[in-house]
Design a protein around this ligand. Structure first.
Ligand code: GLU
Ligand code: ZN
Length: 491
């Protein structure tokens, strides 16, 4: 049987690291097995549903370059792929279970259930959950409730005895006493809407899903799902609950650790290549040494056997490092195309860039490529080229162990070399500054650092000589004079 897997998000929030990882693993598994990857929208929770979440799903996956073979926007032989368009199917199967005595209508009012819950809360030893009040109603009792016009929910009869076992590829056999399963979960709500469990099982069966790879938080639903498969007399798929995604402190990854939604990572200037590579290594590894994987590699190499049982840790710094690595791998043209939006949005270049800006960008790319970690770093890193740099504190100019007067002297020493830069290579300039260092007795670093701050407004910048070339020596010299004036006032 050929592999069919699905990503089944509920559009109730933005796509986050955990969800994207689930999707990627399913996608890579499908590709590596020559199978199909399906997108199914589980939108049965109409209260928490939002159009924005759905749009975010489409946007993020198109940004990642991950395509499903079947889905709402793609079509396929097993549609519709949106659960809210399949409600008739769920109702039919709920009715079937009732007819077969495997499910029943429950007429309990929300008020009754609430007071039951409160009583149980008071007495911790009491049986928790629904008390199966309606499980064995007589026909007469049911008729009476119906006559009162009460709209029932449909509940599933969890067997009162015995146990349920299901096999998980990663975790082995998972056993659960039936008496420990939540008593008689709702399958169909009173408004006729299915719950997650019912819709999920019916769709996985009808869409001929062979493997379920999903977050470990769904593990507790496993026994119930197996019981539902048994009730329908359907073959359950193969299960694989994925290792948890943790923050560095060992707690489940959440907003407390930093951004978790992909939208934030996109805005910050991560590359899809880095995201795909790094996220695929959370809870999965190929071997002990290899860490670079492009999408095409994972499409071939991904196997379930290499999943880790232990939770995966999401390390923001490591992702940032990967991103830097992938930025270095880009061609200059590609990097240019990817940073233009950031410079444009910050108002530093026109849309499209003017011819002059375009030339400047061509010169800029090679000197920033080695230094960018995030694409958005380009904005602060090149701010000195686009606007005045006044406003940095004079102390920034002064190297350690020197004072304002000494620093002003250094600026004066450097000026003639800067003024004569035109047509000289970096090596020549470095040589000239080394000589100046020997003659003046100032350390080379102490000669260059104040010039860097004077020209760029910051102690960290792209290489100094390249920065001055981009800015123009005339402007650079004016800025050096400004800096010297600032130091004078500071004395
Ligand atoms: N709709 C569920 C979710 O949001 C799907 C869980 C599953 O894969 O069964 O994650
Ligand atoms: Zn009831």
């Amino acid at each position: 049987m050929s592999v069919r897997v699905r990503y089944a998000p509920s559009p109730t929030g933005l796509q986050h690291i955990g969800g994207v990882r689930t999707a990627l693993f399913n996608y890579f598994f499908a590709r590596s097995q020559g199978g199909k990857f399906i997108l199914r929208i589980e939108d049965t929770d109409r209260e928490r549903y939002s159009d924005e979440s759905l749009q975010d799903l489409y946007d993020t996956f198109s940004w990642l370059g991950i395509e499903w073979d079947e889905g709402p926007d793609k079509g396929g032989d097993f549609g519709p792929y949106i659960q809210s368009e399949r409600f008739d199917l769920y109702r039919r199967y709920a009715d079937q279970l009732i007819e077969e005595g495997k499910a029943y209508k429950c007429y309990c009012t929300p008020e009754r259930l609430e007071s039951l819950r409160q009583e149980q809360q008071k007495d911790k030893n009491a049986h928790q959950g629904y008390d199966r009040h309606c499980r064995d109603l007589t026909q007469a009792q049911r008729d009476e409730y119906e006559a009162q016009g009460i709209k029932p929910v449909v509940r599933f009869k969890i067997p009162l005895e015995g146990k349920t076992i299901f096999h998980d590829v990663l975790l082995g056999d998972v056993k659960r006493k039936n008496s420990d399963i939540s008593p008689d979960p709702v399958l169909l709500k009173s408004d006729g809407f299915p719950t997650y469990h019912l819709a999920n099982i019916i769709d996985d069966h009808h869409m001929e899903i062979t493997h379920i790879m999903r977050a470990q938080e769904w593990l507790p639903s496993g026994p119930l799902h197996i019981l539902l498969y048994q009730a329908f007399e359907w073959e359950p798929p193969t299960y694989c609950h994925l290792p948890m995604v943790m923050g560095k402190d060992g707690q489940k990854l959440s907003k407390r650790h930093g951004s978790t939604s992909l939208r934030d990572f996109i805005a910050a200037g991560y590359l899809p290549e880095a995201i795909i590579n790094y996220i695929s290594l959370i809870g999965w590894s190929y071997d002990d040494s290899r860490e670079f994987f492009e999408k095409e590699d994972l499409e071939k190499l991904f196997v379930l056997e290499k999943l880790n049982k232990a939770p995966g840790v999401f390390d923001y710094k490591k992702l940032e490092w990967f991103n830097g690595q992938y930025i270095r791998k880009l061609s200059d043209d590609d990097l240019k195309a990817r940073i233009i939006p950031y410079l444009r949005d910050s108002g530093n270049i026109a849309d499209p860039p003017t011819a002059e800006q375009d030339r400047m960008l061509n010169d800029l790319i090679p000197i920033v490529k080695e230094r960018l970690k995030l694409l958005s770093d380009i904005v602060p890193m090149t701010a000195f080229l686009f606007s005045d740099i006044k406003g940095y504190p004079a102390e920034e100019l002064i190297p350690k162990k020197l004072d304002a007067a000494g620093t002003a002297a250094i600026l004066q020493l450097g000026k003639p070399l800067i003024a004569g830069m035109e047509g000289k290579d970096d090596e020549v300039l470095e040589e000239e500054f080394k000589q100046l260092s020997e003659e003046s007795g100032y350390k080379l670093g102490d000669l260059l650092a104040p010039l860097r701050v004077a020209v760029t407004g910051s102690r960290v910048s792209p290489p100094l000589f390249a920065s001055i070339r981009l800015l123009g020596t005339e402007t650079a010299l004016l800025r050096i004079d400004d800096a010297a004036a600032m130091l004078e006032q500071n004395q």
